[in-house]
Design a protein around this ligand. Structure first.
Ligand code: HEM
Length: 435
């Protein structure tokens, strides 16, 4: 049986660079009760089962004893933290303007813009022989994209960056200090004020962005209330970039550790789809879903999780479960067969975007951004190499990724028109959809 302190070690910053051996230890007890009464679930089958179990709630108000890091009870939580039917209605209201069937072309229509942003960012490396992949590329790219998508002025980024960082600090399950909680509360209030003004300006003069569409929607589900608009805008703004930055950075780090795959990426325009799926399995940005609550006693893996308990689903461990994936610790982009997307889950499926009703809303966009970003970095950086391995990591164990990723290179090659408009066009290479 795994020692309950294994999870404490995983939360410890000293293990941030490589938590995977600890996940293997954790999987010896698929459902492990912790000293504080929460349950940590680490195996693929059990996580999948619980992600699809209607007795599992995402609403922290159902926790009998909220533990450290559990977000304070907001008056109007976003749909990430709601259960049906409210979750489903709000998700539908937002999805109507983001994806099929109501708005099928939104994400694919962004390809030229995404390529333009990536090209400009890499052009900006000219004259340098070292960049920080996080600060100079992987952060500004998805931030610019989500701002354009939502209709948030890009120049406001320094303001909301501070608020978002304070929020993430407070959500560390290990120890959100009273100071961090206080900072978080103040940041939430300031962000709320900022978004309220933004929503008002979109109401007065709507544009073609997602926020304008949600503010003015008169669809079958009616309009969102002001509070629901606020929580949805907040959720999309944060979820829309804080995760993708880590996937791009984890991706570049993994490629630099596997130069054969980096070289293949330069030559093979079909590789990015498979590569990004393998990254979501092998080095995912979201390591746990920390705040599920059991609504009833749940029997699973010879354990009873009592009603009201906090349940932590360790997605990153499940995706490396040897009972599910062959040679799970081997990075192998050929594991994935793009033709099988959307079919029954097989051993190449991962938990990188969660599962069930909360399956990641932005998955098609995140995939597309990362496919474009990694291919362009691979094609345009001459002889890129790591400065430090492992790089320094961000403190957060839930949204795990490098804080900085310094990379040296000999120069940049000009953007290739064929690489930027050819094989990645949506009609030739559809974006892989999750289940
Ligand atoms: C690589 C990037 C991303 C990863 C790894 C990721 C991962 C996840 C995961 C694991 C969940 C499930 C959370 C849960 O079950 O409680 C989730 C939900 C969500 N994601 Fe993402 N995400 C990414 C990018 C994005 C982007 C770009 C957006 C917005 C455009 C987005 C919006 C959301 C939203 C709104 C939810 C809540 C869905 C619901 O509750 O129904 N994500 N994401």
């Amino acid at each position: 049986m795994a020692d309950p302190s294994v999870f404490a070690q995983i939360l410890d910053y000293s293990n941030r660079a490589n938590p995977y051996p600890l996940y293997a230890e954790l999987r010896k007890t698929p459902v492990a009760r912790q000293e504080n009464g929460s349950y940590v679930v680490s195996t693929y089958r059990e996580i999948e089962e619980l992600l699809h179990d209607p007795r599992m709630s995402s609403d922290v108000r159902n926790l009998a004893h909220p533990a450290a890091g559990v977000p304070s009870q907001e008056s109007s939580p976003s749909f990430l933290r709601l259960d049906p039917p409210e979750h489903d209605r709000l998700r539908r209201l937002a999805m109507r303007h983001f994806g099929p069937p109501h708005t099928p072309g939104r994400v694919d229509g962004m390809v030229p813009d995404l390529r333009g942003i990536v090209t400009r960012l890499i052009d900006g490396f000219a004259g340098r022989n070292e960049v920080d992949v996080v600060d100079d590329f992987a952060y500004p790219f998805p931030v610019t994209v989500i701002c354009e998508l939502l209709g948030v002025p890009r120049e406001d980024e320094p303001r909301f960056h501070v608020w978002v960082e304070a929020g993430l600090e407070a959500l560390d399950p290990k120890a959100a200090s009273p100071e961090q909680q206080q900072k978080h509360a103040q940041a939430s209030a300031e962000m709320g004020q900022y978004l309220t003004e933004l929503i008002e300006s979109h109401r007065r003069s709507p544009g073609s962005d997602l926020l304008s569409a949600m503010v003015t929607d008169d669809g079958p589900d009616g309009r969102m209330s002001q509070e629901q608009l606020l929580s949805t805008a907040f959720l999309l703004l944060v979820a829309g970039h804080e995760t993708t930055v880590n996937l791009i950075t984890n991706g570049m780090l993994t490629l630099l550790r596997h130069p054969d795959v980096l070289e293949r990426l330069r030559r093979d325009p079909d590789l990015p789809i498979r590569l990004v799926e393998e990254l979501l399995r092998y080095e995912p940005p979201v390591h746990f879903v920390p705040w599920r609550a059991a609504l009833d006693d749940i029997e699973i893996a010879d354990t009873t999780i009592p009603a009201g308990s906090q349940v932590i689903l360790v997605l990153a461990s499940g995706s490396r479960d040897p009972e599910h994936a062959r040679e799970p610790d081997r990075f192998d982009p050929d594991r994935f067969d793009p033709d099988r997307f959307g079919l029954a889950r097989d051993d190449d499926q991962h938990l990188g975007f969660g599962g069930g009703i909360h399956y990641c809303f932005g998955a098609p966009l995140a995939r597309l951004e990362t496919q474009i970003a990694l291919r362009e970095l691979a094609c345009r950086l001459e002889h890129p190499r790591l400065v430090a391995d492992p790089p320094p990591y961000r403190p957060n164990p839930v949204l795990r990724g490098p804080l900085h990723l310094p990379v040296r290179f000999d120069g940049i090659v000009p953007a290739q028109p064929t690489a930027t408009t050819g094989r990645h066009e949506p009609e030739e290479q559809p974006v892989a959809q999750g289940t």
